[in-house]
Ligand binder design. Structure first.
Ligand code: PRE
Length: 283
């Protein structure tokens, strides 16, 4: 099976995707990954959805809410960042905005004067560092080795050198972890699995609306592991809700809760992303 994820080679998403597919292709944004699965170009996609320090990857939340895809698994991995450069003399630190944010205190304390540059992924930041001695990248320490960059597009044809690992474990909390969703086409949606994800757009606004939504689950003893509101984009103050429940769609209580939620959202819509299990991947 071929999976598509955030590239170039060496991203954390790439490491997570290797747990589901031997053959991994790359795109430069999570929106384009979700689209590539929705349009049938790839059977599976792997996108980051949430980090323990920085919270939601909102681009991923919006992309799954607006596309005809399913969630078939979630992958949780520890994230341990390294600072990589040609030498300790650099003026710019380039990485994915999530990674820069996860290392905010470390960077403030140790490099208060550097310029932070947000790029499409951690591996793209490491590529910048390999091409420019004034730039450091933040990414997985394995990216220091030039052979790890194989398969990614380098900016020149000259053989690349290894980078120095200037510092390791620079994330602001040692427990740093990211949750990724493995997505598939709608036809891959399953009722089997211990967790379920829904996106609910009530297209309504009245006192107690959110309480009603929560009660649909609470009254059936279903724990919610996450609820997140995102702007609908239609008008200010209008939201859709991403709901993760600790129950499978195969369970009667979950089907009953879903029926009630569909009633509450009768003026809007409910997207059932599917039921799935969690996989913990260490690398
Ligand atoms: O840039 C990468 O390496 C990614 O896979 C993206 C991403 C993210 O968007 O959260 C994934 C894991 C880490 O949290 C940092 C960055």
């Amino acid at each position: 099976m071929q999976a598509v994820t955030l590239g170039p080679a060496g991203t954390y998403s790439h490491r997570a995707a290797r747990a589901v597919a031997d053959d991994v292709a790359f795109r430069e944004s999570v929106t384009s990954i979700v689209q590539a699965v929705a349009d049938g170009s790839f059977e599976r996609g792997v996108v980051p959805i949430e980090n323990s320090i920085e919270g939601s990857v909102t681009e991923s939340l919006d992309a799954v809410a607006n596309s005809e895809v399913s969630v078939v698994q979630e992958i949780v991995t520890p994230i341990r960042h390294a600072l990589l450069a040609q030498s300790a003399n650099f003026d710019v630190v380039a990485s994915h905005s999530q990674a820069l944010a996860q290392c905010r205190s470390y960077l403030d304390e140790n490099y208060p004067d550097v310029t932070l540059e947000a790029v499409a992924s951690t591996a793209r930041g490491v590529e910048r560092a390999r091409a420019d001695p004034t730039v450091a990248g933040i990414g997985h320490p394995d990216n220091a080795s030039a052979s790890h960059a194989e398969g990614s597009q380098t900016e020149s044809d000259a053989p690349a050198d290894d980078l120095e690992i200037i510092a390791e474990d620079i994330q602001d909390q040692s427990s740093n972890a990211t949750r990724f969703l493995v997505i598939g086409p709608e036809s891959a949606r399953s009722d089997a699995g211990g967790k379920s994800s829904l996106v609910v757009y009530p297209n309504a606004n009245y006192p107690g609306l959110l309480l009603e939504l929560l009660e649909a689950f609470a009254e059936r003893d279903i724990n919610l592991s996450r609820i997140e509101s995102r702007p609908s984009g239609n008008r200010l103050g209008d939201y859709l809700f991403h709901i993760d429940a600790d129950a499978g769609l195969y369970e009667e209580r979950m089907q009953d809760a879903l029926e009630e939620v569909e009633g509450i959202a009768r003026n809007g819509w409910v997207r059932v992303l599917g039921s799935y299990d969690t996989r913990h991947v260490l690398y």
